[in-house]
Design a protein around this ligand. Structure first.
Ligand SMILES: [Zn+2]
Length: 286
């Protein structure tokens, strides 16, 4: 077992390199030089989104909704949504070589090491490559400068979307999260009505209530307590804020302030990505 995980660690970087470079091998993208002002030009970001040539990263505090928006965009664009958080949870639920080590780290609200994340990501990319996937949206990776540097060495990320939400709203949202023990559905019981402050508008977010049959089967993830959420935010500010700066300095960062829940935010996000027409065309074609 130890030999297997050592081997996985040793080969993981070159794995990642091969997997990711094969995804961009068909065309070399010109360096993306135009910052997102005044408005992003979708055609500059990547050449052919219809063929899945999207190499995006979603950044944002834990609980901000990266997974929700990334997976919606993936459905729209037909590319895989790769969430390292899911990879971690899948490994935790399995009896894989990293599960014991992971459960200790996660229960303390700490960050999983870069080596471990890269190993899990490599496994996922290898499986995707075997299925003929090209392009991706990464959710929850890179989380540190070290990871961002590893990623930059292996592929060109063409856009980084930074999702932002006020910290008090974020905390309320995290504490309202529930999962159904029977169907695995994700819900949120928090009904948020935060007043505007410092000249910023207030934020309202409707709860995402489960169907009646799930109501009695809801549970809270062990890491959605106030202490652990605050610890995650603290770690995010320390380790992941510099990742925003890393991409900002490369002109790849798109800042997006969530104006509310999904109904308010989704159309605005599509607009910011110049994808509002794209969604209409897709549904017309369907
Ligand atoms: Zn259910």
């Amino acid at each position: 077992m130890a030999a297997v995980s050592r081997l996985a660690k040793l080969s993981s970087i070159s794995y990642l390199r091969r997997c990711l470079s094969s995804a961009v091998a068909s065309e070399s993208n010109p360096p993306y030089t135009s910052p997102f002002l005044p408005k992003p030009d979708y055609n500059l970001i990547h050449k052919d989104p219809k063929n899945g040539h999207v190499q995006w990263v979603f950044l944002g505090c834990p609980g901000v909704g990266k997974g929700t928006y990334a997976s919606r965009l993936c459905n729209l664009l037909g590319v895989p949504h790769i969430a390292t958080g899911d990879l971690v949870r899948e490994e935790l639920a399995s009896s894989g070589p990293f599960s014991q080590q992971l459960s200790e780290i996660v229960n303390q609200g700490k960050l999983v090491s870069d080596e471990l994340i890269v190993s899990l990501l490599s496994k996922r990319l290898q499986a995707g490559e075997a299925k003929g996937e090209s392009g991706f949206i990464l959710d929850g990776f890179p989380r540190t400068i070290n990871q961002a540097e590893i990623l930059e060495g292996v592929t060109d990320i063409d856009l980084v979307v930074n999702l932002k939400l006020r910290e008090d709203v974020l905390l309320e949202k995290c504490l309202g999260r529930r999962i159904c023990s029977e169907c695995g559905g994700n819900f949120n019981l928090a009904s948020i009505n935060a007043k505007g402050e410092n000249g910023n508008p207030g934020i309202s977010m409707a709860p995402l209530l489960p169907p009646p049959q799930c109501m009695s089967k809801l549970f809270t993830r062990s890491d959605d307590t106030e202490t652990v959420v605050k610890e995650r935010l603290h770690i995010y500010n320390e380790k992941s804020r510099p990742v925003e700066e890393f991409y900002r300095s490369r002109g790849k960062l798109l800042e997006f302030d969530l104006p509310g829940g999904i109904p308010e935010s989704w159309p605005k996000l599509l607009e910011a990505l110049n994808l509002n027409d794209y969604e209409e065309k897709q549904s017309a074609a369907a």
